[in-house]
Ligand binder design. Structure first.
Ligand SMILES: Cc1ncc(C[n+]2csc(CCOP(=O)(O)OP(=O)(O)O)c2C)c(N)n1
Ligand SMILES: [Mg+2]
Length: 822
């Protein structure tokens, strides 16, 4: 079902001027009095209260950071506190109309947003529901603390719960919303629709889009708000997220009720500074941030600037923008103008701005202005506002006292349980599907043309005489990946896959060919060339509860999704205190033939980062079994696949690749050839070069090599390797990653320690040269060759009689190269 969208030259070549339309700027002008018909008095007063709670909360933190005490009680908080004093109206206005089904994502400066969204949730939930949430959260541990001595209703109890849970999290207490593993910049509370805040500027810019994608694809109610700063508009992931959210296909190619835009608001908390840099006039050129919307789609993303110093203006904008999202006309871009009186952080001396400027903004402070609006309009008298301030002071003080009490609010006990954080790195669950629902597919699996084609293939590469079947007839490595993924698409209704050229093309390397016919657009689609957003949106999709397979076309492009792969994907399970799962299987194709920027094996870089499982299968049997295992799990897996192998048949598993479902446990290496004299441990496609080397060792030198295919990098079970060493006493490790700092070095180091008694010689690493990858014609001088393995054995382990080396593995050469850094 290829898409048919005719690009007509006579249309697109026509001469005309592009009219960008106009963008409203601060157009809201109503007074509190004029709003009395739209808001109840209670609501209008509550807006004031919510702003006051945020102000007092942040002021308390400011005092602790700058004076070391609050209300005469000393406390030291060494961690960060990016405060939002001055920005309260923007946060309360943003959250006021949202329900718990609406998700917010934030930044390093999101305490105010957490509180505002929490306060809004507390108001909108039924008391029973509210109590249930508190009771179920961490088995009621936080509830128990705040219930002690509480007199009053459930909502006032919930206020205590919200403030205490947030503050304890900031103070790294185990009783915090994320067990103290998130902290000030990452705290969140999903039961109220408060999703991760992000210490990486702009980090939420693409993750939030993935949450909106999740809502759309899985028909979940609610919208998503990405609260990001004005300076984050200089960040690639934010642009990529907005590009992804604005894709035409949502309206033009997605079908049925899936037609229409993503339910997301990019909410720019425009405090007009990025640390000390002035975004308007210095570090950016947009002049009015709302202008950015004009770049992304023909509706200018419904962009608008609103006065974030007036909570009613922000609420008004949300009412209108939520309607736009309901009509499936998202995304929306909101430039919420605000200002922070507090420094970027409490240590900030505000050297980049004048006292006059701060005072000018303080003179129009939203809390006092709005409070005046309430009294002037007769909604409240000043004694009520005073009472609110006084009650807020008590609320914050009580939470403060409790959260700094080491008995009530202990830190995670890493003394009696040193492995606690380690145990939180992976969820290690097994789940056929992330939700019980019938998966949407276009036809039964048996009717799929690719499935029919594979059915005619030979699932083992050799015939009964041991001769290889023709290449066309062999079941290939790419078929193994296809079968596992196709099976999961028919099992898990939440599963979606996307990346560059994933749909009509069938993936750049034809892994998905056939899936285009099987799946509607919203389950398999082409992404923009936005590797950051491809991974970032998958993270958002996964953390909301969906399973997803993003794809990076060439390993070298992982650099473009560096933040997502290194800072986001691996971190959120543990940083959430294990509330979040991350069923994201990131497929990464490792190239060759295309030179320095298309042929790098970066599996070592990924394996270095705690929190990601890393696999690198080399045979069709392993490819299918490991993909099945990855897709059955709930952890992030980076699944490397070598372009050298897509067409390879199954040469090892005698029965051929099973037609049915099976899993290969992640972390278990596999013996691909038995031997007695030397062990060769390979990663990825080097397996086949090691097999050649083993043949030569046997034929030319009578040495029998045992070959172990690592299959996984993280986790990795050393047992099999150590057993092999008991026989051979010698080991060579081979991979296509450049040798310096590679994962092989890590393996070699551990093998040295664990198998020292059995080793006759130190483990020897054979990686690629520490160069750029040269042209295809020169690749044999760069990537490990069979002869290199022999050379390394000859030079470092066991002299081979009359062996003539092609590579220099001497100690002197090793020293020379290291000295030169090559
Ligand atoms: C990727 C990244 N670069 C730099 C920083 C350091 N940093 C933290 S906050 C900040 C300014 C962000 O400004 P903005 O997005 O406008 O948010 P604001 O602090 O004004 O709320 C910077 C540069 C960071 N955390 N992440
Ligand atoms: Mg800013």
């Amino acid at each position: 079902m290829p898409k048919i969208q005719f690009i007509n030259p006579s249309e697109v070549r026509k001469s005309r001027n592009l009219d960008l339309g106009s963008i409203p700027v601060n157009t809201y002008q109503r007074s509190v009095k004029e709003e009395l018909s739209r808001f109840s008095r209670e609501d209008l007063v509550r807006i004031f209260r919510d702003m006051v709670i945020i102000r007092e909360f942040e002021t308390m933190l400011n005092l602790i950071k700058t004076k070391g005490e609050y209300q005469g009680i000393p406390y030291s908080h060494p961690g960060p506190a990016h405060l939002s004093i001055g920005q309260e109206a923007a946060a309360v206005g943003m959250a006021f109309r949202l329900g718990i089904q609406d998700y917010i994502f934030g930044s390093h400066r999101s305490h105010g947003e957490i509180l505002a969204k929490g306060l809004s949730a507390i108001q909108s939930l039924q008391e029973g529901e509210l109590y249930g949430i508190m009771k179920n959260f961490f088995d009621g541990r936080i509830l128990k603390i705040v219930e002690t001595g509480h007199q009053g209703d459930v909502r006032s109890l919930a206020l205590k719960f919200l403030v205490y849970g947030t503050l304890s999290e900031i103070f790294a207490r185990e009783t915090g919303f994320n067990k103290g593993l998130g902290g000030s910049m990452h705290a969140f509370f999903t039961p109220f629709g408060i999703y991760p805040n992000n210490a990486i500027v702009g980090g939420s810019g693409d993750i939030a889009v993935g949450a909106a994608l999740y809502k759309k694809v899985n028909r979940k109610p609610g919208i998503v708000v990405a609260n990001i700063g004005d300076a984050s508009l200089g960040c690639g992931p934010v642009w990529e997220g907005m590009t992804f959210a604005s894709m035409d296909q949502f309206r033009q190619l997605w079908e049925g009720d899936m037609k229409g835009g993503l339910p997301i608001i990019f909410n720019i908390m425009n405090n007009q500074y990025g640390m000390g840099g002035q975004t308007c006039g210095e570090t950016m050129g947009y002049s009015i941030a709302a202008r950015v919307g004009t770049a992304l789609n023909a509706e200018n993303m419904h962009a608008e600037r609103v006065d974030g110093y007036n909570p009613l203006a922000v609420i008004d904008a949300y009412e209108r923008k939520m309607k736009i999202l309901e009509d499936k006309k998202g995304p929306v871009f909101l430039d919420v103008l605000t200002y922070r009186f507090s420094g970027h952080s409490p240590s900030d001396s505000s050297s980049y701005r004048s006292k006059e400027e701060i005072e000018a903004w303080e003179s129009v402070d939203s809390i006092s202005s709005y409070g005046r609006g309430l009294t002037d309009s007769g909604v409240a008298d000043s004694s009520l506002l005073e009472q609110i301030r006084a009650e807020t002071g008590e609320l914050i003080l009580e939470a403060f006292k409790r959260s700094i009490d080491d008995v009530i609010s202990p830190r995670m006990d890493l003394v009696s349980n040193p492995g606690l954080i380690g145990e939180m790195m992976f969820s290690n669950q097994s789940a056929d599907r992330m939700e019980e629902r019938v998966p949407e597919v276009n036809h039964p699996m048996e009717e799929n043309p690719r499935v029919a084609q594979i059915a005619r293939k030979e699932r083992y590469a050799f015939d009964q005489e041991g001769n290889p079947h023709s290449a066309m007839k062999q079941y290939q490595f790419r078929d193994g990946i296809f079968e596992a993924i196709a099976d999961r698409f028919y099992k898990d209704p939440t599963l979606v896959a996307y990346g560059e050229e994933n749909r009509d093309w069938g993936g750049a390397f034809a892994v998905y060919r056939g899936l285009t016919e099987a799946l509607p657009y919203h389950r398999l689609f082409n992404a923009p060339i936005s590797e950051g957003a491809i991974v970032g949106t998958a993270i958002g999709y996964g953390m909301c509860g969906g399973r997803v397979i993003p794809e990076i076309m060439y390993c070298d492009f992982l650099g473009r999704s560096g933040d997502e792969v290194f800072n986001q994907l691996p971190k959120w399970q543990a940083m959430s205190g294990n509330l979040i799962k991350m069923p994201v299987v990131l497929r990464v194709s490792v190239g060759s033939k295309y030179g320095a920027q298309h042929s790098q094996d970066w599996s070592s870089l990924v394996a270095h980062i705690p929190g990601i499982k890393v696999v690198f299968p080399a045979t069709p049997y392993d490819a299918k079994g490991l993909m099945n295992a990855a897709l059955q799990g709930t952890d992030p897996v980076v699944y490397f696949e070598s372009q050298r192998l897509y067409g390879t048949g199954e040469q090892f598993h005698k029965g051929g690749v099973p037609e049915g479902y099976y899993e290969i446990p992640i972390g278990e290496p596999d013996i691909k050839r038995s031997g007695e004299d030397v062990t060769i441990l390979t990663i990825g496609a080097t397996l086949y070069r090691a097999m050649e080397a083993a043949e030569q060792l046997l034929e030319q030198y009578g040495i029998s090599a045992e070959i172990i295919d690592a299959r996984s990098l993280v986790p990795f079970n050393y047992q099999l390797v150590l057993e092999s060493l008991k026989k051979t006493g010698r080991i060579v490790l081979v991979s296509d990653a450049t040798e310096r700092g590679s994962y092989l070095k890590d393996l070699a180091q551990n093998i040295t320690e664990l198998g020292f008694d059995d080793l006759d010689a130190p483990p020897v690493v054979v990686g690629s040269r520490n160069w750029i990858t040269p042209a295809y014609e020169l690749e044999d001088y760069f990537f490990p060759q069979p002869s290199w393995i022999l050379d390394a054995i000859h030079e470092k382990i066991l002299p081979l009689k009359d062996h003539v080396t092609t590579q220099n593995f001497t100690a002197g050469e090793q020293m020379r190269r290291s000295r030169l850094g090559i």
